[in-house]
Write a protein that binds this ligand. Structure first.
Ligand code: GLN
Length: 319
């Protein structure tokens, strides 16, 4: 892309910048995640013209976790439309943790937004299909189209989370009591846990992000995965809610829509330009990768990606 001749070098610089960051803790509430090597770190920029720039462990796979919420939301919006999903799941930030039960109660049973667990469970429940197996297949295939190749389930991660998933089961039951989930809530938790256990690399999530940056067309395969209108809606929801209760801080520092997951991935989207994928398992207290935030913030600044930045109009500068 024009003016982006330095992006390969800047990707390496972002990696070097992130490497200096050693704060944060690997997630352990899903037991298997605690075994991840905390030093893993990968950065990838996928441009909408299909160029890919990688540094570090960009090909190492990890479970997509909450990053799946962004793409399942896009698929459901594509199927059911802007208004229905907006009413049923919502778009507003809770200001509370991703797995908050209190947020549901404070909002009279409304899940609030699709990027926290309550809203993600309500969204997964809306996935078309006559059975949980069909819903799961639709999700797996849909996310694979975003990535440009078939994504596989990490059975170990899935089983580890299913064995310790009581909180998500409670959230799903609570939503059922408020009629925000109208099918078997425990089956919804099962499909949701599978979607979170899909294996991806930093490169995969960069391409998935680039698809949202490119009006819904995967820049590698050329396939139209969702419409441009769905991308626009998804990105606004990410801007408001993608980093949970830290979404305001993220938007202030980085100025781009992004979504994190507890395995340590973050996808960031620069509309019309690129997707950025980062992976490093050490997290801050909200569950966002610390090195991932550092590398993304470096790229946003050095490539001038903040969507809120403007220059003085040239007409005003003329004498
Ligand atoms: N599967 C995880 C959960 O539901 C996803 C959470 C996350 O990535 N923040 O707890």
């Amino acid at each position: 892309m024009q003016g982006w001749d330095k992006v390969e070098a800047l990707t390496a610089d972002a990696y070097a910048f992130g490497l200096g960051e050693t704060r944060g803790l690997v997630a352990d509430y899903i037991p298997i995640l605690a075994e991840t090597d905390p030093e893993l770190f990968g950065v990838c920029v996928a441009e909408v013209d299909g160029s890919i720039h990688s540094a570090g462990d960009a090909a190492v796979e990890f479970s997509i976790q909450s990053i799946s919420k962004a793409f399942v939301y896009a698929l459901v919006c594509e199927e059911l439309g802007h208004d229905l999903v907006k009413e049923h799941v919502g778009v507003n930030n809770t200001g509370l943790a991703f797995n908050s039960v209190m947020a549901i109660e404070l909002n009279y049973g409304h899940p609030m937004n699709p990027m926290v667990n309550a809203g993600a469970l309500a969204t997964t429940a809306l996935v078309p299909g006559g059975s949980p197996a069909e819903q799961w297949e639709l999700i797996r295939q849909g996310l694979s189209r975003f990535a440009g190749h078939p994504l596989e389930l990490d059975g170990e991660v899935y089983r580890s989370e299913m064995a310790t998933n009581q909180r998500n089961m409670a959230i799903a039951r609570l939503l059922e009591s408020y009629r925000r989930i109208e099918i078997d809530p425990l089956k919804v938790v099962d499909v949701y846990t599978k979607q979170c256990a899909l294996r991806v690399s930093a490169r995969d999530i960069a391409v998935m992000g680039a698809t949202l940056a490119d009006g819904g067309v995967n820049p590698i395969t050329g396939e139209q995965v969702v419409s441009a209108a769905v991308c626009r809606d998804t990105l606004s929801v990410l801007a408001a809610n993608g980093m949970y209760e830290r979404s305001g801080e993220w938007l202030f520092e980085i100025g781009l829509p992004g979504k994190s997951g507890v395995a340590g991935g973050i996808v960031t989207i620069s509309p019309g330009k690129a997707g950025i994928g980062v992976f490093s398992p050490r997290l801050d207290s909200a569950g966002n990768s610390v090195r991932g935030q550092a590398a993304t913030s470096f790229l946003s600044r050095s490539l001038g990606l903040n969507i809120f930045a403007s220059d003085v109009s040239p007409t005003r500068l003329e004498p």
